[in-house]
Design a protein. Structure first.
Length: 198
């Protein structure tokens, strides 16, 4: 039968070749996929909790890809690999590496020069990396975990609550989150900063 997915607002559809990268052939629905992905993400979170990471390690392409692979490597063959197709959002597939390098350079600069408060550095990073859209799937969850790692490992602050809700399913919380992301697209991070701590 294969994997048949329905998408909600803000989710990026997978193409057929990307769907073929599913490592668990018994998954056929969005609910089953979400369940297996969440189990894998929980393992990735446990991995981050057991380690200390320095800024010079976090702000690297290798770390970005390793974290995505840890989050999705039990579910998707292409986990941790940059997408090879263009999507309804994100930069052109050929620009991913250069745009990510620009972001990582900026993030190191922000950190070294205390350009913004800690939460804002994490949120700006989260927003920029999700707008690059490095991977075929899981970019939103990956970007939120990256922001959590930045706040917790670099600044020793509590992780974000992200509205204390599952942002992968349709809800008022998800709508509020997407509104905040759209505002950040125009350079105003206030709603996203507030939402992250709500």
């Amino acid at each position: 039968m294969g994997l048949e997915l329905e998408y909600i607002d803000g989710q990026t559809p997978l193409d057929e070749e990307e769907k073929e990268g599913l490592l668990i052939p018994t998954i056929t629905t969005r609910g089953e996929l979400d369940e297996f992905e969440q189990q894998n993400i929980e393992q990735a979170i446990q991995w981050t909790l057991r380690r200390s990471f320095k800024p010079e390690m976090i702000f690297t392409e290798d770390f970005i890809c390793t974290l995505h692979k840890r989050m999705y490597g039990n579910v998707w063959e292409w986990a941790g690999d940059f997408r090879k197709t263009n999507k309804n959002l994100g930069v052109d597939k050929w620009q991913i590496s250069s745009e990510l390098k620009n972001l990582l350079d900026d993030a190191r600069y922000w950190y070294e020069n205390k350009t913004y408060p800690p939460d804002e550095i994490a949120i700006r990073f989260k927003h920029r990396i999700v707008s690059i859209h490095c991977f075929p799937n899981g970019n939103g969850r990956h970007s939120r975990l990256m922001a959590d790692i930045i706040t917790e490992k670099i600044y020793k602050l509590p992780v974000f609550s992200w509205g204390a809700d599952n942002l992968s399913s349709e809800s008022d919380t998800r709508s509020t989150y997407l509104k905040a992301v759209k505002r950040a697209d125009h350079g105003d991070y206030s709603l996203l900063l507030a939402f992250a701590r709500s």
